[in-house]
Design a binder for this molecule. Structure first.
Ligand code: B12
Length: 357
């Protein structure tokens, strides 16, 4: 399928629709492009997806509130639905079925829009696709695999701290004989962490996923997990100690910031109430699990930007790293990732943040 450039003016107008939460105008613009001859895939991947990245940047930089981001994302979701419906109307009877794909988000993952876009792009390529939605448990995925008998499971992960949970899902699908194709920023540069978890395939975007599946159809079980037993043990220890470690971190935080906290750290501004401290620990645990310090240092880079955009002092991150190092003396693997984080915070290492995820 040849790619079409989306005119700059259309991109700017779409951004404005998201900023104004103007669903009707966004849908009209996007569907207008499709009826005007731009492929639905290009509208999804070159208009909607990059606009969402800009939404994230505006939220991260503090320019937009969480609710503004929610409203914009709602408009994008509606646009994806409308573009898919417009494309389906242009191919009466559908494109036929190349095979059956089950799309799911990793356990703990509520970034559903990437999976939704993937679903529509695969449908445009003639796959029969079912989208299971956000945060699917391993048991849930197994039950859907049994019920629907897909040829392949497509697993989306945006947040790297969900990697250990994604591993369970990959294992359970492969155990049931169904190969797993993976994608999303959470799987790291070039899908390096997906392959470490034993995924059978990784694709950087939805177009590449469709191409790869068409080239390698039917997909086969060929992945192999390289997660070491000691890493799983060290991870499990961190999970067991999580409540206690969080308590120590909170105490240390109160010592450096005795005043009322801003809510950015304690979690009142966050989806699941775990806040910055919980996510720090989860990133450390995921870094231990896949044995790659970048899971932790990239997260530190994100938190630092996020906090400084809100005029919150990010120096407490060093205190947190030291507090944890003190408590995790018996875990060389955790200490190793913590020292990488400590070096990163002290600026002694090149900033390898490489953007979010
Ligand atoms: C919208 C959004 C949300 C919404 C999601 C709503 C929804 N229904 O999807 C909500 C409000 C739930 C949310 C919550 C959070 N979010 Co958020 N979110 C975003 C945002 C702005 C857009 C996501 C998106 O739609 N991207 C567009 C898609 C199309 O891009 P994509 O991911 O690259 O997907 C493509 C490929 O990766 C690939 N692909 C994706 N999946 C798959 C799967 C397979 C199998 C294949 C082959 C390919 C593939 O195909 C896609 C299309 O080409 C991003 C910013 C960003 N840069 O993405 C932040 C972002 C991901 N969020 C972020 C954060 C921190 C959070 C929260 C932790 C914030 C909080 N409240 O504490 C929570 C975590 C919730 C959770 N547990 O999941 C950070 C992550 C930073 C990090 N790495 O640590 C980001 C990057 C924002 C930022 N710039 O800082 N978020």
């Amino acid at each position: 399928m040849s790619e079409t450039r989306i005119p700059e003016a259309a991109r700017a107008r779409f951004d404005a629709c998201l900023a104004d939460a103007d669903e009707d105008a966004a849908v009209e613009l996007a569907v207008g492009l499709v009826t005007g001859g731009v492929s639905a895939e290009d509208v999804l991947l070159r208009l909607v997806a990059p606009a969402q990245v800009r939404v994230g940047e505006r939220w991260e930089s503090g320019e937009w509130t969480v609710s503004r981001e929610h409203a914009a994302t709602h408009v994008s979701r509606k646009t994806v639905d409308a573009v898919a419906a417009a494309a389906a109307a242009r191919v009466p009877g559908g494109a036929g079925s190349r095979g059956h794909v089950l799309v799911a988000c990793s356990d703990g993952e509520w970034h559903v829009l990437p999976a939704q876009i993937l679903t529509e792009v695969l449908r445009l390529h003639g796959f029969d696709v079912q989208l299971l939605g956000g945060s699917v448990s391993p048991q849930g995925i197994l039950s859907d695999v049994h019920q629907h008998g897909p040829d392949v499971v497509a697993l989306s992960c945006t947040l790297p701290w969900n990697l250990p949970l994604a591993h369970r899902q990959i294992e359970i699908c492969r155990w049931a004989g169904v190969p797993v194709v993976t994608g999303g920023a959470g799987f790291g540069p070039g899908g390096t962490w997906a392959y470490a978890l034993g995924a059978d395939l990784y694709a950087a975007d939805a177009r590449a996923a469709a191409d790869a599946l068409m080239r390698h159809w039917p997909p086969v079980l060929r992945g192999e997990s390289s997660v070491e037993a000691e890493a799983v043990e060290a991870y499990a220890m961190l999970v067991r100690q999580r409540p206690e470690l969080l308590e120590h971190m909170a105490t240390a935080l109160r010592e450096v910031h005795p005043g009322p906290d801003t809510g950015y750290v304690s979690g009142t501004e966050h989806e699941e109430g775990t806040g910055v401290l919980g996510r720090l620990l989860d990133s450390l645990a995921a870094a231990v699990y896949v044995d790659d310090e970048r899971v932790f240092t990239r997260h530190l880079a994100f938190v630092r930007t996020y906090l400084s955009a809100r005029s919150a002092d990010s120096r407490f991150l060093i205190v947190m790293a030291d507090t944890l190092a003190d408590r995790l003396k018996g875990s060389p693997r955790a200490l190793d990732k913590l020292s990488a984080g400590r070096r990163f915070l002290a600026g002694r290492e090149e900033d390898d943040s490489g953007g979010p995820g």
